[in-house]
Design a protein around this ligand. Structure first.
Ligand SMILES: Cc1ncc(COP(=O)(O)O)c(C=O)c1O
Length: 468
């Protein structure tokens, strides 16, 4: 007991002494302090330990004791946050793989946006500087978006402009729609494989995910019917037009069937219509929204894909009370999408440069798609493109049986090529090994070189997998 009091007394005196010294300055040794305070080394060590705990000093074994930052612990202690926060809703492993861009040296075969040379850069620069000069660009836009821009998005959907809400891109629209249209703890059904951003948006909304298999004609409606019956889900996430990652287009029969099932079970369909302007052969099917007068389909559009990802302009269209609810909830999140970007989007979409850009884009993407398909089939032995897409920007590549797609993705990254690990596109275990290769962000020469480099890694990895 006596030792404890003495240690406290010495700690108080040492604290005063440390207060007169500079941060980082070394305190006398334990031996010297023993002499100064006529106390045993054990008592001095107790005093130092107490001061360390208070953050006054920092003891470095073998080096001595140093004055720490004034009245603050040497290292911030965030440990308390873990128990306060509880478990993360969004799976960090999945989210961490998302949006990675690699370095300038990487061949970019995993990024789902356009290469700079495919973006309407000249138009954006001219329109952008003109818009920035107007006062309109710097005022607060109406919370639901510029009326003219709502009208432009509405026309595409044969919707009323009042049913359209301008949003800062597709990802935000997905997260917002899932959070607003479903209660935490309920189920969202997603076609599988599907966009990992939708998976993390559902997780962020606290929803349980149920995966329903899709083939080259889109979601399997027989399995969808079974899943709706089993889970009583009120939300279905679909990409009916050039789905990411498979490129599939929902067939005309299945379009009618999913709408009928949504009616039967009183469910909403979130139609992620990101690839509408990216058809490469023929024309894109009409939005599912146009086939449903009863407000089951909530459609999401984005300009990030056909224009530029930094623009951050998109839209949600929803009819009936759901539309009302989305518009009410929106104001709780944000005052408006910046007027400047809305003005730019409006000017771009209504200019004669827009159809010219889309035409040029189609040619550029078609050349890249064909070059990538040809290179995969000639150099990646045993791999095959499951379905050559007639639109969009991705190829879904089935790898030889036994290949570890995660190991291949990591090896490709080390070899300077970014590819998408197929595992990320499944909510549950993948049924076979796949990678997603995107042809929009690289040049033809880069695509060919990148695919060839990945091909050289493949035999080693599939053989290793077979041996394991
Ligand atoms: C299928 C799909 N939906 C939505 C998005 C989100 O796009 P953004 O938020 O850039 O508009 C992406 C982006 O990769 C996507 O692939």
């Amino acid at each position: 007991m006596f030792t404890g009091n003495r240690a406290d007394e010495i700690a108080d005196m040492l604290k005063l002494q440390a207060g007169l010294m500079r941060v980082g300055e070394k305190l006398p040794s334990v031996r010297e302090l023993s002499k100064t305070y006529a106390a045993s080394p054990v008592t001095i060590t107790q005093a130092i330990t107490s001061l360390s705990a208070q953050g006054v000093v920092r003891a470095e074994p073998g080096r001595g004791t140093f004055v720490a930052g004034r009245n603050s612990p040497a290292e911030p202690d965030f440990a308390w946050q873990s128990s306060t926060l509880g478990r993360s809703r969004v799976d960090p492993g999945r989210a961490g793989k998302f949006g990675g861009n690699g370095t300038a040296e990487h061949v970019q075969l995993s990024w789902g946006y356009l290469a700079p040379e495919l973006q309407p850069f000249d138009e954006l620069r001219t329109i952008g500087s003109r818009c920035a000069k107007s006062h309109r660009a710097w005022t607060m836009a109406p919370p639901m978006g510029l009326p003219e821009l709502r009208r432009v998005f509405a026309e595409e959907l044969s919707a009323e402009p009042g049913d359209v809400l301008i949003m800062p891109g597709g990802q935000q629209s997905l997260a917002f729609a899932m959070r607003t249209l479903a209660d935490p703890g309920t189920t969202v059904i997603t076609e599988s494989p599907s966009y990992p951003g939708a998976t993390i948006a559902a997780q962020a909304a606290g929803l349980n995910l149920t995966a329903v298999p899709a083939d080259e004609h889109g979601i399997r409606t027989d399995h969808l019917a079974e899943a709706l019956e089993r889970t009583r889900a009120k939300l279905i996430y679909l990409q009916p037009c050039f789905a990411n990652p498979t490129g599939s287009v929902l067939s005309p029969e299945r379009r009618l069937e999913v709408i009928a099932l949504a009616k039967q079970y009183g469910a909403f369909i979130i139609e992620d219509d990101w690839a509408r302007n990216l058809s490469l052969e023929g024309s894109a099917p009409p939005p599912l929204f146009t086939q449903d007068p009863d407000g089951h389909v909530v459609s999401i559009a984005t300009l990030s894909k056909p224009a530029a990802p930094g623009l951050r302009v998109g839209a949600i269209a929803a009819r009936g009370p759901a539309g009302e609810r989305l518009r009410t909830a929106r104001i709780a999140d944000d005052m408006c999408v910046p007027a400047l970007t809305q003005e730019i989007a409006l000017a771009l979409l209504t200019s004669s440069a827009w159809p010219r850009h889309l035409k040029r884009l189609r040619t550029g993407l078609l050349e890249r798609r064909d070059a990538m398909v040809a290179e995969i089939h000639s150099s990646m032995s045993g791999a095959r493109v499951v379905n050559v897409p007639t639109g969009g920007i991705h190829l879904w590549v089935k790898l030889p049986d036994g290949t570890d797609s995660t190991a291949l993705t990591a090896a490709a990254n080390r070899a300077g090529v970014l590819v998408g690990d197929g595992r990320q596109y499944y909510v549950d275990e993948p049924p076979a090994p796949y990678i997603r290769l995107s042809y929009s962000a690289a040049s033809i020469a880069q695509i060919q070189a990148g695919v060839r480099r990945v091909a050289t890694l493949l035999p080693g990895l599939s053989a290793a997998a077979e041996r394991a």
